[in-house]
Design a protein around this ligand. Sequence first.
Ligand SMILES: Cc1cc2nc3c(=O)[nH]c(=O)nc-3n(C[C@H](O)[C@H](O)[C@H](O)COP(=O)(O)OP(=O)(O)OC[C@H]3O[C@@H](n4cnc5c(N)ncnc54)[C@H](O)[C@@H]3O)c2cc1C
Length: 438
Amino acid sequence: MGDRNGMGDAGARGDAKGGNDMREVQGAQTPEDADGVHQAHRASGVHGVHGIKDVVVVGAGAAGLNAALVLARARRSVAVVDGGSPRNAPAAHMHGYLSRDGMPPAALLEVGRAELAWYGVELIDGQVDHIEDHGRGTGQGVAGQAMGDRSGGFVPGFAVHLAGGPALRARRVLVATGLRDELPEIPGVRERWGRDLLHCPYCHGYEVRDQPLGVLGTHPGAVAHALLLRQWSDDVVLFPHTLELTGEERERLAARGVRIVTGVVGRLVVADDRLRGVELADGHVVPRGAVFVFPRMLPRDALLTELGCERDEGGWVITDAAGRTGVRGVWAAGNVADPRAQVVTAAGMGAAAAFAMNHDLVEEEIERAVAAHRAGQSADSVADSVVGREGGPEAVGSAVGAPGWADAAAMVTSATSADTGPGSGADHDSGSGAGARS
Ligand SMILES: Cc1cc2nc3c(=O)[nH]c(=O)nc-3n(C[C@H](O)[C@H](O)[C@H](O)COP(=O)(O)OP(=O)(O)OC[C@H]3O[C@@H](n4cnc5c(N)ncnc54)[C@H](O)[C@@H]3O)c2cc1C
């Protein structure tokens, strides 16, 4: 099948030694190109979206893209809608992802999108406004079902409404919308975010190893943050800022060799596009090469909570290990469900959700087939009526023909590289002339 992901031997660092695909990807995504994802989305466009998708994925970060890949390879029809603002966009490089260490974050997503397009997945540049639950039958809201549980007669179905646009019909939805980092309102913090104002030692600690590091005490987790960062440098200063430290915390910091500099932080000092230090309100500047902060992490989970998904005490939507929420047919993966998820973890969560979703769809199809079998239909006619074939008349029950339906093709502007995809176009979507790819 050749070098589908275009990585070739180029490795992870984006040295563009791969094939043509890689050059396209790399060319669109430089570290300086803050809007790279948006631009790439606009450039790739989408091809026609027709009928009922087995799964609509909201969010094309690592979680959503990996889920879509697994589902497409399970011969499911999939559309992915993405607003183009992945969490790690401010960072020039991504670390800790085996075989992709040091790659620009946007390049990873572009390679993923190219892989999906090859399988005929619909990639839609847009924002999902809300999701309507058109499921029918009994048993909705059954939480924590294990993989393989039978749907028990309930047929999930959804209308995924794009902002200012039409709705996509889906048998299942995966919400992989990530989270939002709320940063403290200290001058310089927002500007340096993802560059030399960092939060994750595992992502960027190695790159600032042995440098003079600071930790801003804008969050109760700052003490633990500072203690952890000693692993990367023996020159760590905690600025408690407005945080009150306990005696025990002071002892632990002292024992670990972390210095404490008291006083309210006024701003980050930047010169020649580099962080130089932390300035206190009294004007005193403590030179630092990089500063760490613990942002307040807020899940972008409105689509889930509006559907009735419940949050735990910590404020995160409750899912099982496979990402299944308490609302039938609705899954969540990545940072929207787990703030600790790194890129590789988010991708894994997407894969786990995809396995479970496919399993759930298979179960629904078996139930339907058994019912038809009992009614004396032939295997062929059963197959024809099995939900999951796009455009199947009963795929989302009451959703079909609901007011406000529109063909998403109306919002579609141009064809993607999916046009060069493999046989999945024939399997899933007669849309846009899928052909063999060399
Ligand atoms: C500065 C920074 C640097 C980081 N560096 C690293 C690193 O080096 N290594 C690492 O492993 N991790 C790193 N991370 C963490 C990494 O960003 C996350 O692990 C990862 O992005 C989670 O992937 P996700 O798919 O869950 O969400 P995201 O990547 O955030 O993707 C979510 C997508 O959903 C879209 N979306 C949201 N709402 C909607 C909607 N309503 N409709 C349509 N689309 C929507 C968004 O536009 C976005 O594209 C870093 C994070 C930050 C903040």
